[in-house]
Design a protein around this ligand. Structure first.
Ligand code: NAD
Length: 490
């Protein structure tokens, strides 16, 4: 084993060095994947019931250690302890769901063989892919990667996890706790490191990569994996809209939109970044949100913490400056709101649609509120983006109708972000927000492939799959097809 160097994790609020972690070398990443291949075979040899038991034991241990994990999440990200605790509990909920439902979702299924193939028995089984490489971000350092890790393990795979270089401690702790309960060595391995460690994972012998992070990096990951036809799940950034219709509960919409935009310092992939509010209720929405935001402040003991990644402050500043230069108005905050490492809340009005505050992910505690004449125009503007992760709709009567017209993977109606806490529903986006799904049955299926088995039950006089096929067989199949399909009936 050769570990080339170490790197430090920092508390983003104070700059204090928290601990040093190995920069796992390419050679060691490859070796970890090779060991995981053996572990995957052992894991798959257990019964689904035995796998469930092991994962629920991990669940119980994580539950016992909630406070310790949350404290570390707070230290490494700077988020309030209450938010960190909520994050850990949600991750545990997903692990429990995946463990309890894997067998039911992935069990072998019988399929009808059809009239012409009535002598065949057809079955489909879901086969674990083998070793899943999980690459994670820093903004939700346990909730986000566990959306892949839990579902991949429950589906029968081994996992090699590369946590973000900003939150290596949370990753290392997850691995340490898993190894306290794991019956199989190297089933879940954590490889800490800088981006190069992630690159090595994409070039290793993994059978699938599940990546969560920026769209820019996702494209590199997909290209690297594409060279060897390694499938990928890409969970990337967003520019999530909130649509407020004229029959919306305005107080609820303002409260939820504000929290969605500002909590976790705006560093939420599915957080609100743009609001499109119908003219007739816009004044009421704007005055309500203005009153609410007065009580929201960043700080070590504030409603939200610092920017976890210092370089993001430049992006946030540039989006605010660009909007200001294009004529946006400021309801709260302004071009001087970035006070490193914190950012005061910024709410901008009437922001031109070609501003970077509309076109790019800001990932800070900023919110754009634009008025639209109709809800149809709000839908059009919500969709006019290269992203397609999630959206929120506020409407008492037309929520589902509006939701059905949005080009994104997840919609909350009269709520925000709720789907992330519901383990039975899939999570993921479209367009530049990525592809593939974690969570729910789809998240379990994602880490398996379909293996079809068809078995001849008995011989029939007419054979199609042999050189002994007769002219009568040809006539028979044509006649049967005519009988079945010529009338075009369902
Ligand atoms: P990032 O893309 O900078 O890094 C993500 C991970 O990729 C890190 O572990 C990093 O070390 C690794 N990495 C960097 N370059 C790599 C390469 N060439 N090959 C392989 N791995 C590489 O993203 P980030 O700043 O850590 O996270 C923030 C982004 O994540 C935001 O865009 C946010 O919207 C997105 N995000 C998306 C979801 C989702 O589920 N859709 C959830 C959380 C965060």
């Amino acid at each position: 084993m050769s570990i080339s160097a170490t790197f430090s994790s920092h508390n983003p609020a104070t700059g204090e060095v928290l601990a040093d972690y190995p920069s796992t070398s390419r050679e060691e990443v490859f070796a970890a994947v090779d060991r995981a291949k053996i572990a995957a075979i052992q894991w798959q040899s257990l019964t689904p019931k035995a796998r469930k038991k092991e994962l629920l034991a991990w669940c119980a241990l994580l539950t016992k250690e909630v406070d310790r994990i949350a404290a570390l999440v707070k230290e490494e990200t700077g988020k309030p302890l209450s938010d960190a605790t909520l994050e850990v509990t949600l991750a545990i909920g997903h692990l429990a769901w995946a463990a309890k439902n894997a067998d039911k979702v992935l069990g072998e299924r019988h399929r009808p063989s059809g009239l012409l193939m009535f002598n065949m028995s057809s079955r489909v089984e879901r086969v674990p892919v083998g070793v899943v490489g999980v690459i994670g971000p820093w903004n939700y350092p346990i909730f986000t990667p566990m959306g892949s890790i839990s579902y991949a393990l429950a589906a029968g795979n081994a996992v090699v996890f590369k946590p973000s270089e900003y939150t290596p401690g949370v990753g290392a702790l997850l691995g340490e706790l898993f190894n306290q309960i794991s019956p199989i060595p190297h089933l879940f391995t954590v490889v800490t490191g800088q981006p190069e460690t992630g690159v090595a994972l994409t070039e290793s012998a993994v059978d699938k990569i599940s990546f969560t992070g920026s769209t820019r990096t996702a494209k590199k990951v997909a290209a690297s994996c594409g060279a060897r036809m390694v499938p990928v799940v890409l969970e990337c950034g967003g520019k999530d809209p909130v649509l407020v219709a004229e029959d919306a509960d305005i107080k609820l919409a303002a409260d939820y939109a504000l929290w969605s935009a500002m909590s976790n310092a705006g560093q939420t992939c599915i957080g609100a970044e743009r609001v499109y509010v119908v003219d007739s209720v816009a004044d009421e929405f704007i005055s309500t949100i203005k009153a609410l935001v007065q009580n929201i402040h960043p700080g070590v003991h504030g409603n939200y913490g610092p920017a976890t990644m210092p370089s993001q402050l430049n992006v946030i500043q540039s989006h605010i400056d660009d909007a200001a230069s294009k004529g946006a108005k400021f309801l709260i905050g302004g071009t001087d709101s970035v006070k490193a490492p914190f950012v005061e809340p910024v709410i901008m009005l009437d922001v031109p649609e070609n501003s970077t505050a509309i076109t790019e992910e800001t990932f800070g505690p900023t919110l754009v509120i634009n008025r639209t004449p109709t809800i149809s125009k709000a839908i059009e503007l919500a969709n006019a983006t290269r992203y397609g992760l999630a959206a929120s709709v506020f409407s008492k009567r037309n929520g589902r109708r509006i939701a059905s017209q949005l080009e994104c993977g997840m919609v909350s109606i009269n709520s925000v972000i709720a789907f992330a806490a519901i383990a039975s529903v899939p999570f993921g986006g479209v367009k530049d927000s990525g592809y593939g799904r974690i969570h729910g049955p789809e998240g379990l299926m994602e880490f398996t492939y379909a293996r079809t088995t068809v078995k001849q039950l008995f011989k029939i006089p007419i054979v199609f799959t042999s050189f002994s096929r007769t002219p009568f067989a040809d006539k028979f199949i044509k006649a049967a097809i005519r009988l079945l399909h010529s009338r075009g009936l369902g």
